[in-house]
Design a binder for this molecule. Structure first.
Ligand code: GDP
Length: 195
């Protein structure tokens, strides 16, 4: 997918705004600051592409990107904001549930987890939602360059233990570093192979 054939398409605030389900799509979720924009940019080979989704006002939208004219890449807003107003959170959760349970072309959700922190309580909420929506999800560890291999093993075994409790979890964990490029080709290959 490398190259400049990825583009921001649109921000969606209601199910009626979704593009036609004419391509396979994958979505990316993760708590704020997990490194989601950096990963999307590394994946598409376009620096700054995913920045649009991080600007204020865009944070409650489902952001659609085209990926190599064959897939949609869907950027779900970062979760875990401490002080978003409740009605905003509720409206967003409704849309997220509708999207996850009603999007036939959604092939897989990638849930980003910070290599330094492992799976936290805020992450568990989205994992349960994915279980309940029967959307296969795969964990992508981010910022692997920030910790040593030995510590990585510890976090990975914690993540494996937690994933064992989630029926929708895909067992293989992808370890990435957007900074150093590690794991990006693997992730690209995983998406390309989805059917
Ligand atoms: P988002 O809020 O999830 O979109 O997170 P960003 O992509 O904006 O990243 C949050 C911060 O983490 C930024 O300062 C990034 O430079 C940094 N970051 C993201 N990915 C990596 C990585 O792989 N390695 C390192 N060392 N820092 C990263």
């Amino acid at each position: 997918f490398a190259g400049n054939n990825s583009d921001f398409l649109k921000g969606v605030v209601a199910m009626s705004g979704l593009p036609p389900a004419d391509r396979m799509e994958v979505c990316f979720a993760g708590r704020s600051n997990v490194g989601k924009s950096s990963l999307i940019n590394a994946l598409t080979g376009r620096k700054g592409l995913a920045r649009a989704s991080n600007t204020p006002g865009r944070t409650q939208e489902i952001n659609y990107f085209s990926l190599a004219e064959s897939h949609y890449l869907v950027d779900l807003p970062g979760y875990g904001f401490a002080n978003a107003p409740l009605p905003v959170v509720e409206k967003w959760q409704r849309l997220l549930k509708q999207y996850l349970s009603g999007r036939a072309s959604l092939r897989r959700a990638f849930v980003l987890i910070d290599m330094r922190h492992g799976i936290k309580k805020v992450d568990e909420e989205i994992l349960s939602l994915l279980d309940n929506s029967a959307v296969t999800f795969q964990v992508v560890m981010t910022k692997a360059d920030k910790i040593k291999a030995q510590e990585q093993d510890k976090v990975l075994s914690q993540v494996r233990d937690k994933l064992a409790k989630h029926p929708a979890a895909y067992p293989e964990i992808v370890v990435t570093s957007s900074e150093k490029g590690g794991g990006i080709a693997t992730l690209r290959a995983i998406i390309a192979k989805l059917e």
